[in-house]
Write a protein that binds this ligand. Structure first.
Ligand code: SAH
Length: 356
């Protein structure tokens, strides 16, 4: 077992089984042994590849979305540009390069604020954004408050901890992480929760109080200062009636046992966008209907941008084909186009943002 696995097993031996959310938070964020805190997991040589790492087109179109949102607010002299979980900084670099062509945008947003727990990824972000002088924050609450917010989060919420609640014997029970006879970590039935909702035996609900807290913070901030936020991730508006287990571990681009080597694999769950939208609305923001990533990108001009890049590739057939392949991967329903969705949030009274 990994060093973190031994530490978790010790904690369970002392205090009893732990919630899946606590397990997930430790595996991903433990300061010494956490998955994100100790490595750059992205890219072909890593564990997973994200949209901005597939093609510059993704970040460029998001940049234009942000610039359009700024113009829709009347192009205020000061706005706060922020990203949650910026990875290698590729999205923000591509977005700023594209959005800086919009007159006045660069001066208005100044230094981008990056919310990031990983020192390894902060170093990569510093390199990618060297010309933009970013500021970092450990927590969303530290994002500067001196203007309307322009926020982007791509594949951030899927990394936030979830809890799983299961219907067994006519009652709802929390799934806990415990240690089996063989000393290995495993899931076991835990405390009964006083939930009223009826559901078939075996139904599984996933909840993410941590995600709802972040969405609630964004909503409150948008209600107070105005602005717009775009949350892109894989997930669903509402879970199917019987729920479903979306908790998974990825290593080397393949699914692995999430309990085999804590801290060594990426742990994720599908994002419940409906719950995020409700949390933001409860805090006073507007949530717009969910768009698929494919529809969002097409409405923002993906095909036009792809054609321009193909023209720019001249006679380089391989470069042209790479653009076609990236377009397909980002937007086609068989690839990322339908599983990935975008939730736009705005301040109260704002009009519908571009692309959604
Ligand atoms: N947005 C990037 C990276 C996605 S991976 C991309 O699309 O390529 C998830 C990112 O969120 C990483 O940068 C990771 O270090 C960061 N992260 C995960 N949990 C976090 C938390 N609780 N607080 C801040 N950042 C977090």
């Amino acid at each position: 077992m990994s060093a973190l696995g031994a530490l978790i097993a010790g904690r369970i031996a002392r205090h009893g089984p732990m919630r899946l959310s606590e397990y997930m938070a430790l595996c991903l964020g433990h300061p010494e042994h956490g998955y994100y805190t100790t490595r750059d997991p992205l890219g072909a040589a890593g564990d997973f590849t994200t949209a901005p790492e597939i093609s510059q087109m993704f970040g460029e179109l998001i940049g234009l979305w942000l610039a359009q949102a700024w113009r829709d607010m009347g192009a205020p002299a000061r706005a706060v540009l922020a990203e949650l979980g910026p990875g290698r900084g590729t999205l923000m670099a591509d977005a700023l390069r594209a959005a800086a062509r919009v007159p006045g945008f660069r001066a208005a947003v100044g230094r981008p604020a990056l919310v990031e727990i990983s020192p390894v990824l902060r170093a990569r972000q510093a390199r990618a954004l060297a010309g933009w002088d970013p500021v970092w924050a450990d927590r969303i609450e530290e994002i500067p408050a001196d203007g309307p917010l322009l926020l982007i989060a791509n594949e951030f919420f899927d990394a936030l901890p979830i809890r799983q609640i299961e219907r067994r014997g006519g009652r709802w029970r929390e799934r806990m992480v415990s240690v089996g006879e063989d000393g290995a970590l495993r899931l076991a039935a835990g405390p009964i929760l006083p939930w009223e909702a009826a559901a078939p035996e075996g139904a599984l609900r996933e909840i993410s109080p941590a995600s709802e807290a972040v969405a609630g913070w964004i909503g409150a901030r948008l209600a107070r200062t105005g602005g717009a936020a775009l949350i892109v991730d894989y997930g669903y508006d509402a879970p199917p009636p019987a729920g479903g287990d979306t908790f998974q571990a990825l290593a080397g681009h393949a699914p692995v046992d999430p309990f085999a080597a804590p801290g060594m694999a990426d742990l994720t769950a599908h994002v419940h966008f409906g719950a995020l939208a409700r949390a933001a609305e409860a805090a006073g923001a507007q949530a717009w209907p969910l768009a698929t990533q494919g529809a969002l990108l097409e409405r923002l001009g993906l095909s036009d941008r792809a054609r321009a890049l193909i023209r720019a590739a001249g006679a380089d057939g391989a470069a042209q084909e790479a653009v076609v392949a990236a377009h397909h991967r980002l937007a086609h329903p068989d690839a990322m186009g339908a599983l990935f969705k975008a939730l736009a949030l705005t301040g109260p009274g704002a009009g519908r943002p571009a692309g959604v």
